[in-house]
Design a protein around this ligand. Sequence first.
Ligand code: ARG
Length: 456
Amino acid sequence: MTGAGRTWGGRFSGNMDALTRDYTAGVDSTLYEHDIAGSIAHARMLGRQAIISREDAEAIVAGLNAVLLDFRAGRVAWRPELEDVHTHVEVALREKIGEAAGRLHTARSRNDQVALLNRLLVREACDDAVAATSSLLAVLADLGEHHAADPMPGYTHLQRAQPVTLGHHLLAYGEMLLRDRARFTDCRRRANVLPLGSGALAGSPYPLDREGVARELGFDTVSRNSLDATADRDFAVEFLAAAAVAQMHLSRLAEEIVLWASAEFAFVRLPDRFATGSSMMPQKKNADVAELARGRAGRVYGELLALLTTLKGLPLAYNRDLQEDKAAVLAGAGVVVPSLRIFAAMLPALEFDLPRLRQAAGAGFSLATDVADYLVRKGMPFRQAHAVVGGLVLEAETRGCDLHLLPLDVYRAASPLFEPDILDLAVDAALAARDLPGGTAPARVAAAARAMRAEI
Ligand code: ARG
């Protein structure tokens, strides 16, 4: 190693400009756990394969474990001239065990080393996201079952449309999150391929046991093409794509919470511990958690787009541009995982105003479709029934009352098919009628919640 601990100083005579040093620095100072895990597996394999001596391999592994403890204890100072975490680890190892440290990098390039580190990082991010999604799913399944029969207005165009149950509404988010979780799981599966052994780009002339390293590090398989393995960052793109979709879902739910907590809706009271106040207006209680989850969706989309743009047009194989992947993954995971976690904590603490939701569910002509369906059941074509009920809505609007408060003779005048039982039309009957798989009938919603819990 020459020149200020650089790992590549041999053909250089001058030192790096400080501007260059800072400009090329990565964000991998926190990724020593991943780097050292990869190096330990590599060193063990080099020893097993007699590529280096057993003694050197043992010294390297023991030294790396000691370096790991030093990193964890904050005893390794970050030195910008050492470029990246790989070099820091190697220099720290040299300080511990001397010359043998120089054998660790046998049959390895930073290109396959960093590809390994990135896959370990994304694998972990997927695991964190899956765990956080599962916790939120469990919360939604419980709330869905608990509120399986509690009516609320369902909306289209943000206009009251038909009654649904609160459980049905919440479980809709559960369905989204189940898909999110499947995307993270799927991403992990494709990330879980060992790139180490690809060398800088062309493969390795040493008798490496790649399968053994893969087994030790929990990879399902080894990469089949060294160029692809060192240049591929699809797994990071896939993680960010899954994260972007998940954050978009949370943002939609966040928007509902913000609306519901407003005085205009007043469907929900925010628990104090998940709300903030205004520095000026003493009466305010703001849904800042929801707003920030909504606001941060843009950051996750941004990371996805940034990485896609980085990759576009890169020739094979490794290019330094690829270093940008880590910042993107860390930032994306840094938004989506805490967002999932705080929603899992916040949702059970929301206090729904169930009487108000029930009252709102039946208001605003939300049973108009059911009145039309009543006529259809008596033989009237739906289009005609739609027109008849449209007339009744107009009449009710003129009188300033809701549909169920119109007198029977008004119904009769609109169509002789109406009988006194039309006045029994009520929210609960409208809900119970939607008794197909996927419908909002309370029994269906409860069953959907149980099915979701089973899937979690
Ligand atoms: N910091 C680099 C990265 O994250 C490590 C690999 C550097 N390789 C190289 N040939 N310069 O991609």
